[in-house]
Design a protein around this ligand. Structure first.
Ligand code: ATP
Ligand code: NMN
Length: 176
């Protein structure tokens, strides 16, 4: 059986890792969708699709399942989003998500959806991690070691801090 799990992974953190490890116990193969693939260089979406491909690929390489990492750009039309996803990915039998819109769109399209309880959601949230990076607080303990390496390689903390100086709405800075 093949599963599908999509997230923005800005950045990939230990909540995502926990979910992937649980999914790996239920499927033979796993397709990981990098959502909002066209977005980068904003405080909400600081990392490029390629950078997130590196984070996710390295974070799951210890798992005993074959994984495929596929970037997926957003569409303006929710009603055809599931078809868009299916057009970009290996065929899958079940979609995993805790995002209510994603769950609804897959269910309406007749795809089985499974969720999971949130894991340490007080700290394991992308928004919390990005805030910590911007304000110089510890964030490294909340992500896989391999994700720290990728963020260091691309000088990601410096990037998000610089963007945050001019970007207060999640929009790209216009004057930089
Ligand atoms: N701590 C967690 N435990 C379990 N699932 C999680 C956790 N954090 C996120 N998820 C789930 O992982 C998927 C992808 O999440 P996403 O990439 O949006 O992360 P996020 O932490 O919610 O980020 P942000 O705060 O940037 O929106 C969603 O289905 C989300 O509900
Ligand atoms: N119409 C669309 O493009 C559409 C609809 C539903 C989800 N998505 C994307 O799927 C991903 C879902 O991931 P999260 O659970 O991390 O929000 C996001 O990147 C989101 O933008 C896109």
């Amino acid at each position: 059986m093949r599963g599908f799990y999509i997230g923005r992974y800005q950045p990939f953190h230990d909540g995502h890792r926990h979910m992937v490890e649980e999914i790996a116990g239920e499927v033979d193969e796993l397709v990981l969708g990098i959502g909002s693939a066209g977005d980068s260089h904003t405080t909400r979406n600081p990392f490029t699709a390629g950078e997130r491909v590196m984070m996710v690929t390295k974070a799951v390489e210890h798992l005993d399942v074959t994984t495929y990492v596929v970037p997926i750009e957003d569409l303006d039309r929710n009603s055809v989003w599931v078809s868009h996803v299916q057009s970009m990915t290996p065929r899958f039998d079940v979609a995993y998500s805790n995002n209510p819109l994603v769950v609804r769109l897959f269910e309406e399209a007749g795809v089985e959806v499974r969720g999971s309880p949130m894991f340490r959601r007080d700290v394991l949230e992308g928004t919390e991690l990005r805030e910590r990076m911007i304000h110089g607080h510890d964030w490294e303990e909340l992500v896989p070691e391999t994700v720290i390496d990728v963020i260091e390689e691309v000088d990601g903390v410096e990037r998000i801090r610089r963007i945050a100086e001019t970007d207060t709405n999640g929009e790209p800075p216009t004057d930089a």
